[in-house]
Design a protein around this ligand. Structure first.
Ligand code: TRP
Length: 441
């Protein structure tokens, strides 16, 4: 069967941006900016995106397009009879692990679309959130619904599923963000939030700040597990990779920055804590919404936004697994989607139970969900990224990658890209990975 292609460059850019823009932008970016000194963190983060994120993004897309294969197949085709396909295998494994807990968190977000309709200023938000995640029936139903949606899209195909969905959802996502920002910055007292967000606090920088910025750049661009190899494999030879990757970078960064503009002014306007960490989304924000005019409406669209962003990311993770089975074992797309999606649903049950039945579990002090997240973000993704950059830079050859990425491009990449990819990226990411492991252990 002929491999499907995105039917337009926009289709590809929206799909790849959809993968990149997710919980990482709307939930994670604001809270780590909040705890890392605001504007100064943003500057370091922008450098990480540009000098580390962009080279890996271009490499993954180029490797995918030239081989027209899933991550394992791509390495196999470029380096047959070597151990390199194991890098692809690590990617497929990451797909199972990340999607399983990502769907659990997305499920919490989905339930809040409806739950938040009945919140009042008197509600006890920490207790509501804890009550929700430590129960069973509701979280598992939402986790199931979210996985089902992901499966249905991937089962429908690259053009009829993924591309169709992102063409509808990505514009909605942008509209919602702008509505939220307008509401937030027009609240009385919003200026304090803006100044917190935009005023650099130099005393907050240390090595950890750099480590957080690089990890965030990785996660937010969906790098290191072959998602961009897979999406690149459906890109026509007529389209430019150096330019498309640039657009993905810009959209992803824009949404992360805009999420901060939507969140911080509102948090400050009601005198709440911007550095409340992971609970920012599920505890601080619901409190903010109950106090603002038309809060119920804005709460509804905020959690809708979170769900949309999560769905356009989750489909790219399942696609990695499905493309592998379709390419290498000639499975039917529908069968692969439903069976693997169900398996991932099951793998998500331990992290889902981590706040109730499995609350005694602890790995280096982390609960089940954080353990899944730690292995993926601190080990699997950086390892995948380091090995991919070494492979593309030194084995396939950065010159060949540049040629592939520059096809039909007006914006051409060259020596700087090669030097970054061959030397800077693997060294910097290795350094950060070891630092992060050392910090946790
Ligand atoms: N980029 C996504 C986000 O910001 C999450 C993500 C991390 C991801 N790794 C991925 C998505 C791999 C798809 C594939 O939320």
């Amino acid at each position: 069967m002929e491999r499907e292609n995105w039917t337009s460059r926009l289709g590809f850019i929206l799909a790849a941006s959809g993968s990149a823009i997710g919980l990482g932008n709307i939930w994670r970016f604001p809270f780590i900016t909040g705890t890392n000194g605001g504007a100064i963190f943003i500057l370091i983060y922008l450098a990480a995106i540009l000098f580390i994120g962009y080279p890996i993004l271009v490499s993954e897309m180029s490797l995918g397009r030239i081989t027209a294969k899933n991550p394992i197949g791509a390495f196999k085709k470029m380096a047959p009879d070597t151990a390199w396909p194991l890098v692809g295998a690590l990617g497929v494994l990451s797909g199972f692990v990340i999607l399983s807990y990502y769907s659990v968190v997305a499920g919490w977000g989905m339930s809040y679309i409806f739950k938040s309709l009945s919140f009042t200023a008197e509600s006890n938000f920490p207790a509501i959130f804890l009550g929700h995640i430590s129960s069973f029936t509701e979280p598992i139903i939402w986790h199931g619904i979210f996985m089902f949606l992901t499966i249905a899209v991937i089962g429908a195909g690259v053009v009829n599923g993924i591309q169709k969905l992102v063409k509808v959802l990505m514009p909605i996502l942008f509209v919602i963000i702008f509505l939220l920002i307008i509401r937030s910055v027009t609240l009385e007292g919003a200026a304090a939030g803006l100044s917190f967000y935009l005023k650099p606090d130099f005393s907050a920088i240390d090595f950890q700040t750099f480590a957080d910025a690089i990890s965030q750049a990785f996660f937010t661009l969906s790098l290191g597990m072959g998602a961009m190899i897979t999406y690149g494999s459906y890109l026509s030879k007529k389209e430019s990779i150096s330019e498309s990757a640039g657009y993905v970078l810009i959209f992803d960064t824009a949404v992360a920055l805009l999420a901060g503009f939507a969140i911080f002014p509102a948090v400050f306007a009601f005198g709440l804590d911007p550095a409340s960490g992971p609970g920012l989304t599920f505890i601080t924000l619901p409190a903010v919404f109950t106090q603002m005019p038309f809060g119920t409406f804005f709460s509804f669209i905020f959690f809708l936004l979170l769900t949309i962003a999560a769905l356009t990311s989750s489909i790219s993770m399942l696609e990695v697994v499905v493309a592998f089975l379709v390419d290498e074992y000639e499975w039917k797309r529908k069968k692969a989607s439903y069976l693997m999606g169900f398996l991932i649903f099951l793998i998500g049950i331990p992290p889902l139970l981590g706040y109730s039945s499995f609350s005694n579990f602890s790995f280096l002090g982390m609960d089940v969900l954080d353990t899944y997240d730690w292995f993926s973000n601190s080990i699997f993704l950086p390892t995948g990224g380091i090995l991919t950059s070494i492979f593309v830079g030194h084995i396939w050859g950065s010159r060949n990658a540049v040629k592939e990425a520059n096809k039909n491009s007006r914006f051409k990449i060259g020596n700087i890209y090669s030097i970054l990819l061959k030397y800077i990226v693997p060294t910097a990411v290795l350094f950060i990975m070891l630092f992060n492991i050392y910090q946790t252990i």
